[in-house]
Design a protein around this ligand. Structure first.
Ligand SMILES: NC(=O)c1ccc[n+]([C@@H]2O[C@H](COP(=O)([O-])OP(=O)(O)OC[C@H]3O[C@@H](n4cnc5c(N)ncnc54)[C@H](OP(=O)(O)O)[C@@H]3O)[C@@H](O)[C@H]2O)c1
Length: 392
């Protein structure tokens, strides 16, 4: 049950605060065409819908087009064909569609970073490890599609088709690996998390708490403050109603030991100023700049050397793609924590957004808007219903 539905069940209205490349290869052994059966009895269609970046811009609606009648791709020998049932929205979807991940990328190209769904077909080598009808999740390009070809090496078997598992693929692993590798968390450390109520922030809060740290989180509404308290945040700060710099100065005069920083710009500057002696700031992102032409958010770079030297403090950049050797351990640990009831994986389907739940590829555009309006609590997920199972 989501945080918002818990509140709704308790009769608390939320309306007041919510205004509203992998190229497929041909099958080597065609006897494996037997795998091309829908496990639920219906034929796999020959065509599908998918989102494609057709223009390089950070304006997602201008960059990306919903295409219909596209051939369903054929998995190669080591690939799975996955019918996507839930796909995750990430802040960097707009960086990707702007070509910032790969400056040599020329449109058209597929978009979407992660999905969970059923294997509906697979190549011979892939069938050594996976079977038709198996639920898998993956982090690989091209998930904003009804069907995606996923290299088997990129697929993670999942116990069931739950959207909560999807929250771990990018958002959970980012928090887990960055804090483990760069955070040096020990009992009693003070940790500041920005964008704390979002997809990855929610995990940074919980993992820091589990490391017995004192955790401070910034967010933009009282509803998010409530959510942050519910997942153990010691000092949520609604930056719309409280001055973050003043709160930190007054309540944490010695500074904070670790910052998990996702916003950039002024929030980055004040986070650097708030570091304790020997503190460290992990650069997770700078979302406040992603919608601009450069994708950057200006910071006080000139003052940085002195600010860091005076405190023997450090800046540490983190990019998940550079930590793939640590990925499997992170996923297994997070899945176990969730299964054991030690981790909340908050999903936001946009139920309270003006046009309701994010359902179908068409709603990916609304879901990206919703994130950039700062409305989400937890990970934004879009459901791609499948007509056969939705009747069950
Ligand atoms: N380095 C990596 O490998 C990696 C991997 C995954 C994500 N990330 C980064 O983590 C950050 C969060 O990403 P996410 O996908 O989990 O998103 P998210 O946190 O679910 O959503 C973004 C949140 O950022 C906050 N925000 C603050 N200022 C904003 C602005 N000017 N425009 C839009 N949002 C603003 C909003 O919450 P409040 O305003 O309430 O705080 C919003 O809800 C991003 O910087 C992203 O690039 C990095």
């Amino acid at each position: 049950m989501s945080f918002r539905s818990v509140l709704a069940a308790a009769g608390i209205s939320l309306r007041a605060s919510i205004w509203w490349p992998f190229r497929p290869r041909s099958i080597v052994d065609m006897s494996y065409s037997q795998h091309f059966m829908d496990p639920q009895g219906s034929a796999i269609p020959t065509t599908m819908k998918k989102l494609v970046a057709t223009k390089l811009t950070a304006n997602f609606r201008q960059a990306v087009t919903l295409q219909a009648g596209v051939p369903v791709p054929v998995p190669g020998d080591g690939d799975l064909l996955v019918r996507n049932r839930f796909v995750g929205i990430n802040a960097s979807d707009i960086n990707y569609s702007a070509g910032r991940y790969d400056p040599s990328a020329k449109p058209p190209f597929d978009v979407g970073f992660e999905g969970i769904g059923e294997v509906v077909a697979l190549g011979r080598s892939a069938s050594a490890r996976f079977t038709v009808n198996q639920v898998v999740a993956y982090m690989a390009p091209g998930s904003f599609a009804e069907y995606t070809v996923v290299p088997a090496n990129f697929a993670v078997p999942m116990p069931s088709l739950k959207p909560e598992f999807l929250t771990l693929l990018v958002s959970g692993t980012t928090a887990y690996i960055s804090l483990k590798e760069l955070g040096e968390l020990t009992e009693g450390r003070k940790v500041l998390v920005t964008a704390a109520a979002g997809g990855t922030g929610q995990f940074a809060i919980q993992l820091s708490k589990q490391a017995k740290c004192h955790v401070i989180g910034t967010c933009s509404s009282n509803e998010k403050v409530g959510f942050l308290k519910s997942i153990g945040c010691d000092r949520p700060i609604n930056y719309k109603t409280e001055n973050v710099a003043e709160v930190l100065k007054k309540e944490y005069p010695q500074g904070v030991d670790v910052v998990y920083e996702s916003i950039g710009g002024k929030m980055f500057d004040l986070s650097v100023r708030s570091l304790a002696t020997k503190g460290r700031l992990i650069i997770i992102g700078f979302i406040s700049g992603y919608q601009t032409a450069t994708g950057l958010s200006p910071v006080d770079a000139g003052g940085l050397p002195a600010a860091l030297l005076k405190k023997s403090a450090s800046l540490r950049g983190f990019f998940l793609n550079h930590y793939l050797p640590q990925y499997q351990e992170a996923m297994l640990t997070l899945l176990k924590m969730y299964r054991d009831g030690e981790l909340v994986c908050e999903v936001d389907f946009g139920d309270v957004s003006p046009e309701g739940k994010f359902t179908g590829l068409e709603s990916v555009f609304r879901a990206v808007d919703y994130m950039y309006m700062g409305k989400n609590i937890g990970k934004i997920v879009v459901e791609l219903p499948h007509p056969v199972t939705s009747k069950l």
